[in-house]
Write a protein that binds this ligand. Structure first.
Ligand code: C2E
Ligand code: MG
Ligand code: MG
Ligand code: MG
Length: 283
């Protein structure tokens, strides 16, 4: 780590000490300026949500929508989450941004439903910091109240690594969320620690098989075996399964042969800007 390097440098010689000290200083400056930029972005309404359809592969019916944040940067254009989520997480800004996402997604879905859109849940990704914030449940209630969206049409996507730190506490929080009638989906399933005991004890109602199992699925018997096993295990636990990252017809066919019907991926649709989603899905 930078701190360890700094300690070493201090011991060995002055010159490298200044070097590392300066590097740390630069890092800090970068962080502070990005934090300011994110704050500005939030207050100037530069964040927008895109919406990616989730469908039943058998008939193409819409079964859900995932809200995915984008930053409409005045100079850099549309910045994907990979360009700012980790800094936002480090600086803590992710919380404020995330609460905005939650409210915005609920309001959007309610308004679409009022305009005749299919009644399906909107999925919102929760960051580590949000999940571990004591105000989470209150925020969820508030977002539902303000928007008027029924709880059954909200789903929260949470990764294993977010919940791994304190399993007991995670279970308690999930139970509170589920008691509201809100769904919980285990995101990026298979990439984390994937301990089966999580599946045993976490009160989730859906798991999302990560894209990494899909990439080679058309050719890999191993990936097919894994996905088939996950699907049948989930079935017996009364947990729904959705696969993310389907890009080709071959992947779709392979996934279907694993008895998985719910899919999300570029093959069916990319994440859509609000207007594009309205155009395609409003009656
Ligand atoms: P995720 O929750 O696993 O979301 C799925 C990601 O896969 C999205 O990337 C989506 O655009 C992408 N994707 C969907 N289908 C395909 C496909 O067929 N092929 C490929 N290559 N990719 C596909 P995106 O929008 O860039 O988001 C990346 C990650 O950023 C998300 O992964 C999620 O972890 C995080 N994220 C996005 N929006 C939010 C948010 O509002 N709050 C928080 N905390 N995190 C968010
Ligand atoms: Mg997700
Ligand atoms: Mg995912
Ligand atoms: Mg992912």
């Amino acid at each position: 780590s930078a701190e360890a390097a700094l300690r070493e440098a201090k011991k060995s010689n002055k010159e490298s000490y200044f070097f590392y000290n300066n590097a740390l200083h630069q890092q800090l400056l970068m962080k502070v300026s990005t934090e300011n930029e994110l704050q500005t972005a939030l207050y100037n309404h530069q964040f927008v949500l895109f919406y990616q359809p989730q469908v039943n592969a058998c008939n193409g019916t819409l079964i859900g929508v995932e809200a995915l944040i984008r930053w409409k940067h005045p100079k850099r254009g549309i910045v994907p989450p990979s360009g700012f989520i980790s800094v936002a997480e480090e600086t803590g800004m992710i919380r404020e941004i995330g609460w905005w996402v939650l409210k915005e997604a609920c309001q959007r879905m309610k308004s679409w439903q009022d305009q005749g859109a299919p009644r399906v849940p909107v999925s919102v990704n929760l960051s580590f910091n949000q999940f571990h914030d004591d105000s989470l449940v209150k925020r969820v209630c508030h977002a539902l109240e303000v928007s008027g969206l029924c709880p059954e049409y909200l789903e929260l996507e949470i990764t294993e690594s977010t919940m791994a730190e304190d399993l007991e506490r995670s279970i308690k929080i999930l139970n509170e969320i589920r008691a509201l009638g809100v769904g919980v989906s285990l995101d990026d399933f298979g990439t984390g620690y994937s301990s089966l005991s999580y599946l045993k004890s976490l009160p989730i109602n859906q798991l999302k098989i990560d894209r990494s199992f899909v990439l080679d699925i058309a050719r890999s018997n191993r990936d097919q075996a894994i996905v088939t096993a996950i699907v049948s295990m989930a079935e017996q636990l009364w947990i729904d399964v959705i696969v993310e990252g389907i890009e080709t017809k071959e992947q779709l066919l392979a996934i279907e042969s694993c008895r998985c019907r719910a899919i999300q991926g570029y093959y069916y649709s990319r994440p859509l800007a609000e207007e594009d989603f309205s155009e395609n899905y409003l009656a």
